[in-house]
Design a protein around this ligand. Structure first.
Ligand code: SF4
Ligand code: FES
Length: 243
């Protein structure tokens, strides 16, 4: 019995180590045999194990949950662990690190630092003037409101919306769809006492809600299909009256 061989695929990776003086950005081609159900994560692991132990990239969960494997494939930002090689009929994948984030090496970028800075900028926490009393039962939240908050909480902070955003690439301090989604989440949450004026202080400028050019790439590429443009439009309508 003969076993059918998989097709040959070429993964072309942009390699660069910004910390090594001698390193220059260059594409390196790796040719490998496709196996059934092969994801980009599996392909990169195979490359690292069998061809190039120096190749750097980030993965943790391999299940589209941790948000650490964002990268650019044939010009579009994707999660590497959710990207099937079979979806590329030419068998050629050009893989680059996401722009807009500090490059660590090859495909590895520092989304964590960017997300931390953004969280501080939009004050991504509950702000309340009520005293916390842990002996009391939690305040009741209407199920529909809780559902809306949980919907926005599904963000995995992968940075794909940031990497696909034209405004962010031109305006480095723009908080991105992920930041505006975060504000929309707290604006909905009845535990948070901030007013529209308070949110205006945080995002009422061109680095916030008025910077978005509605190009929609954030929502087109968000792997969690969050309603980003809808929430941005809602916040803008609410805050434009305060301008
Ligand atoms: S909003 Fe979507 S694309 Fe942006 S960081 Fe969250 S999950 Fe990723
Ligand atoms: S490895 Fe966790 S989202 Fe891809």
């Amino acid at each position: 019995m003969s076993i059918a061989k998989g097709r040959e695929v070429t993964i072309s990776v942009l390699k660069f180590n910004p910390r090594a003086k001698s390193s220059k950005p260059a594409f390196v081609d790796y040719v490998l045999e496709e196996t059934p159900g092969m994801t980009l994560f599996i392909a990169l692991m195979k490359i690292r194990e069998e061809y190039d132990p120096d190749l750097s990239f980030d993965f943790v969960c391999r299940a589209g949950i941790c948000g650490s494997c964002g990268m650019i494939v044939n010009g579009k930002p994707v999660l590497g662990c959710r990207t099937l090689i079979a979806n590329y009929p030419t068998g050629k994948l050009q893989v680059m690190p996401m722009p807009a984030f500090e490059l660590i090496k090859d495909l590895s970028v520092n989304t964590g630092k960017w997300m931390d800075d953004m969280s501080v900028k939009v004050q991504s926490w509950i702000v309340t003037n009520k005293e916390t009393d842990i002996s009391k039962i939690e305040e009741r939240v209407e199920p529909e409101v809780a559902d809306e908050v949980f919907e926005l909480d599904r963000c995995i902070e992968c940075g794909i919306c940031v990497a696909s955003c034209g405004t962010k690439l031109m305006r480095p301090d723009f908080v991105g769809a992920v930041g505006l989604n975060r504000v929309a989440r707290f604006e909905l949450d009845p535990h948070d006492n901030r007013t529209a004026e308070d949110f205006y202080e945080l995002i009422g400028d061109d680095d916030g809600i008025f910077g978005c050019m509605s190009l929609m790439a954030c929502e087109d590429h968000c792997p969690k299909h969050l309603p980003l443009q809808n929430k941005i439009a809602y916040l803008r309508r609410r805050l434009v009256a305060l301008r």
